[in-house]
Design a protein around this ligand. Structure first.
Ligand code: ATP
Length: 358
């Protein structure tokens, strides 16, 4: 459907704003370089205020970078106005025309481009089928549900056949269940349309579910770029590990090496960890352990005491103390497993391949 899939490149892009309270300049986005491949679905993810919307708005042309250059395909676009850029944006607020029906909302941009009536009808009909709104042409948009309005907003952007589709938290106004079904829909439509998509969210499960690549932002700086699996299993620092999913951090010290395994001292217990090319500066390290990467047993690597044991249906949730460190463990399918109660002594047993060292 799209004319041409376009990649997006940012080269050392920064945006400086003035803090309204202190009146001092600060970097909302600082020295961010990105290479977004044509046809991929890329998500900018991070806590509120980390600069993700500012990056999206600079790509759309609503803001201009103070430093660096943005490329759409091979073209440098800093000096090009938003309406001349080959991008379209889907907003959180939908931004539909309230007194127009579905057809006219979608046709609006095509009419501005002065396409003939028959071409407009064909394009709008095709897009309505793609977003699952056939037969809704004459309904007024203010009489539609939130999910239907978001489909119209998506159709209105897609019908322009942009090289790149930009999404600014498009599902934030929908309830949790609808968000989950709409995100799957957005992914399907993006793949069917074969379009490059850049999507802003602060919802990590949304990002994991739909993205080819996730860009994690922290305070205006790019913290990590990778596939959902890379970000989850090989986070580059504690911020990323903690932001994506849950993580336990165990402080350790390298006590030696036998063959291809490091011996790590954690709270005076020696555990063996495979050498995955880690470099240990100064010998100290942090072991990242996901709650589902460990179980409790009567013997194992780290002796512990249970301080919380909670049945959650599909898993048993434990909090245990290893020395002074609290560790969260989720044991899935607990029905036929031994359940440890508060006060029990046990051992944390982890699969050495499911941990990651920082
Ligand atoms: P959120 O998830 O809350 O939308 P975000 O990650 O998208 O956050 P941005 O909207 O990009 O963050 O804002 C980054 C920083 O720049 C924030 O500190 C914000 O307050 C500030 N900021 C954004 N727009 C302006 C502006 N026009 N003038 C001054 N400061 C701004």
């Amino acid at each position: 459907m799209a004319k041409e899939k376009k990649g997006v490149r940012l080269e050392h892009v920064s945006k400086i704003y003035k803090d309204p309270k202190t009146r001092k300049d600060f970097y909302a986005v600082h020295d961010v370089s990105l290479d977004i491949k044509p046809g991929s679905f890329v998500t900018l993810l991070g806590p509120s205020g980390c600069g993700k919307t500012t990056i999206l708005r600079m790509i759309a042309g609503f803001e201009s970078p103070d430093e660096g250059e943005i490329y759409l395909g091979d073209e440098a676009i800093n000096a090009i106005t938003p309406n001349k850029r080959d991008t379209a944006m889907v907003f959180q607020s939908y931004a539909l025309l309230p007194h127009y029906n579905v057809y006219d909302n979608i046709a609006y941009g095509l009419k501005l481009r002065k396409l003939d009536k028959e071409t407009i009808r064909r394009k709008v009909t095709d897009i309505l089928a793609l977003v699952g709104l056939e037969g809704s042409e004459s309904r007024m948009t203010n009489q539609l549900s939130g999910g239907q309005q978001q489909r119209v907003a998506l159709a209105r952007a897609l019908v322009l056949e942009p090289g790149v589709l930009l999404f600014d938290e498009p599902l934030s106004n929908l309830d949790a269940k609808l968000r989950v079904s709409m995100r799957t829909e957005i992914r399907r439509i993006q793949q069917e349309a074969g379009i490059t998509a850049i999507y802003v969210t602060h919802d990590q499960s949304e990002a994991m579910a739909i993205s080819d690549q996730i860009i994690i932002m922290e305070k205006g700086v790019k913290a990590q770029v990778g596939s959902p699996q890379e970000i989850y299993y090989q986070p580059v620092n504690e911020f990323v590990a903690d932001f994506i999913g849950e993580a336990n951090f165990l402080r350790g010290h390298v006590a030696g090496k036998t063959g291809d395994k490091y011996l790590i001292n954690i709270d005076n217990n020696i555990v063996e960890i495979p050498d995955n090319g880690y470099s240990f500066e100064g010998g100290d390290c942090t072991v990242v352990l996901r709650p589902e990467g460990a179980v409790l047993a009567d013997a194992g690597q780290l002796p512990c005491e249970v301080i919380l044991s909670c049945f959650m249906g599909s898993y048993q949730n434990y909090h245990v103390m290893v020395g002074d460190t609290m560790i969260k463990i989720s044991v899935f399918n607990p029905k036929n497993k031994k359940i440890y109660e508060v006060g029990d002594k046990a051992y944390v047993v982890f699969d050495e391949n499911s941990i990651h060292i920082l």
